[in-house]
Ligand binder design. Sequence first.
Ligand code: SF4
Length: 477
Amino acid sequence: MGGCAFDVSDKPHEACGVVAVRSKKDAASYIYYALRALQHRGQEASGIAVYSGGLKVKKGLGLVSDVLNTEEISKLESKVGIGHTYYSIKVSKPENVQPQFLKTGVGDIAIGHNGIIVNSGILVSKLKNEGKHFILESEEEAIIMMLSEQIRNTNDIPKSIKAVCKELIGSYAFVLLIDDRVFAIRDPYGIRPLCLGKMKDGKGFVAASESVALDVLGADFVRDIMPGEAVELTEDGFKSINIGASINRAHCFFEWVYFARADSVLDGMSVYEARKRIGWRLAKEAPAVADVVVPIPDSGRAHAYGYALGSGIKMNEGLMKNRYIHRTFIMPSQDAREISVREKMNPVKAVVEGKRVVIVDDSIVRGTTMKRIVKMLKEDGHATEVHVRIGSPPLIAPCYLGIDMTDRDQFIADNRTVEDIRKEIDADSLAYISKEGLVEALNIEKENLCMGCVSGEYPVNIPGERRRFQQTLEGFT
Ligand code: SF4
């Protein structure tokens, strides 16, 4: 029988985490620890670029701690640098690992990117027609070429960044090193998160995808980088450059629901509190007659706590996760796949036996794992009923803006009703939070959220897809 790639986690993957640092010394060490704090945003590849009289880059396939060790870090002595963690099918080629860099006529330029540039194909073709030679044909390589061209023409880096960003359609949180100048840049909609911190005792400044990276460095959170803002980290602090915000924002709702770490604060909102409110709202929208609320570890924990508070049913840990199984394997048979799920998760009989159980998770993609968990709770845990509650609306459309959900076919909710899905996963009941409920729980106007994967309407022009109603602000200051 042929092998089958089966992801037992059945979760979408965040594409990347980024970090930029300016410090008095040891920038690489700070970047290293910040990247480890952002490891949940990408586990396939990692890299650091620093500048000290010249660009030095260390990157490779694997976790941050696999790619970089203390000896490597000590060789990267510098005051400025950027770092990147990556999840992407693109990194099957090691040269695609970020930061990507080029030595150009106007300086050494390195970039780390979280997001997707939707019009990158057009930009690459345009540059090729102008006679530029690509090595990777990546969007990052195109951005570096566009930047170097602008800097050559204007001799003004902030102006050049602004001009290049005006050409980009899509989502981006960039960290950028141009010789010894370091920048962090967020797209006009603020789709992916990016924040600023100040290290204690005058040690320096940091920008990172999530505030948890600042916490690890002992840095004080200063503020989120605004949509349409580039920030230069300088020796004295920050310099803000307006690259042009959209009237409406389009923060990715999934960052709060699943991707970001629960201990992060994104755009002024605690991820943990947001998940708790979602669970609470779900309990009001979709109550269940049950004895115990059980979180799917670890993704459903805060949602389940909120559901328990909202329903008055006590929460208990009825599923245990083996924390040491990280990788997805190629499993040759059905038996092996069943073992693989059990190896990752096991019911706590003392909690679920003879009970009516509500299990709570953030989302369902394919539904394969949820189906096995329901079966496991009933057959191995002897639960009498299993009710499933989900903290996001059904996923029905691809993400083009930085998350690896690219195929409609992968979604169990594609062209299926909730009742169809309930039958498929063999639950006694199934409910997802409504879109309105989610928006209320997040406490952000729906005009300022991206909900493309649950609505099929996107904040930017995507060929063949609908764009949500949105006026844009032209004419930047
Ligand atoms: S489509 Fe979904 S996952 Fe992608 S950015 Fe929008 S909300 Fe986030």
